[in-house]
Design a protein around this ligand. Structure first.
Ligand code: FAD
Length: 288
């Protein structure tokens, strides 16, 4: 049993969460319900109160600001990003749109939200990986006001974030365009969470053929999405874009990680996937 509350505005939601949390009511925000309700069905989550924020329309939508940063409201669905027009996403944030094809299935993408994915913090979730890759800033609203948290401080471990019980995630800000970025992954069946997911953001010189830096992030190799400085160092050394360089970046990534083994794959299998997927992501990133 739980008590259901429908929030009418953001201040009301944060106030109610604070009140319920202080009384030991174990409240949970519900947005798209695509992870939380499943967890409740399995009795892995047993909240005393659900605070439904799904009608807070101010938390929905995408916009770019004068500095070129992309702001995505927490209630924006995966499908809204997947179908966002070029005027909003292209060419700097196309990776966000192309990555959505890896998130579950269409019915899940039409209800699941960007903020819900970040707050749920699955170690292989595409949004969490993109946030870490592109140094996104997560904006939370609580009784004390607004808090801005860098992605690398937001994810703390398996299903664990820096969000407080009485905070609502309101938006995610991707600060700079990433025209040469790509995300790819492997899952046993399409639509499943990835066994390993790899994302890269390559810096290309003006000639369009010389790599001069970049970022590499992996999901499914640790309790949270991680950046791989050893692989980024290879990109920073630079060189001609092509398979030899991509292979070197991928080899450095595979060597640097200490992945877990479980029913989806052993540690060695994940290391092999990393080697393949990082090279593939580099190829996809540069070829666009
Ligand atoms: P909810 O389920 O409503 O909430 C999830 C958690 O986030 C809860 O703890 C809730 O309290 C908290 N929360 C939600 N919104 C906020 C907010 N604004 N502020 C504070 N806390 C908040 N996801 C992937 O990334 N990749 C996949 O491949 C994938 N495959 C899936 C396959 C299946 C079969 C299913 C059912 C789901 C899959 N998902 C996948 C999960 C899906 O993407 C969810 O949409 C997402 O994880 C959670 O978003 P939601 O809006 O549904 O959140």
């Amino acid at each position: 049993p739980f008590t259901y509350h429908r929030a009418r505005d953001l201040a009301g939601a944060a106030g109610l969460l604070a009140e319920l949390a202080a009384a030991g009511g174990e409240p949970k925000v519900v947005a798209g319900g695509q992870s939380l309700v499943a967890m409740m069905n399995f009795r892995l989550a047993r909240p005393g109160h659900l605070v439904d924020i799904s009608r807070l329309d101010g938390l929905r939508g995408l916009r770019t600001d004068a500095e070129g940063a992309l702001h995505i409201g927490a209630l924006t669905t995966h499908h809204e990003v997947e179908t966002a027009p070029d005027a909003l996403l292209g060419p700097g944030f196309t990776v966000l749109r192309t990555a959505m094809r890896w998130v579950g299935h269409l019915p899940i993408r039409t209800r699941g939200t960007v903020g819900g994915s970040m707050a749920h913090a699955d170690a292989t979730a595409e949004w969490c990986l993109l946030a870490v890759l592109l140094d996104a800033v997560l904006v939370a609203h609580g009784p004390a006001g607004e808090r801005r948290i860098g992605a690398r401080d937001f994810f703390l471990g398996y299903y664990t974030t820096a969000l407080e019980e009485d905070e609502v995630l309101t938006e995610v800000v991707f600060p700079s365009p990433a025209p040469y970025a790509a995300l790819t992954e492997f899952a046993q069946r399409h639509g499943d969470f990835a066994t390993v997911a790899a994302a890269v953001d390559v810096d290309l010189a003006a000639d369009g053929r010389t790599v001069c830096g970049g970022r590499v992030a992996l999901g499914g190799v640790a309790a949270l999405p991680v950046r791989v400085p050893e692989a980024e160092a290879v990109l920073a050394q630079g060189g001609r874009a092509g398979p030899a360089l991509y292979k070197a970046v991928a080899a450095a990534a595979a060597l640097a990680i200490d992945p877990p083994g479980d029913a989806s794959g052993s540690a060695e299998y994940r290391r092999g996937l990393t080697r393949t997927l990082v090279a593939r992501a580099c190829e996809e990133a540069v070829s666009q």
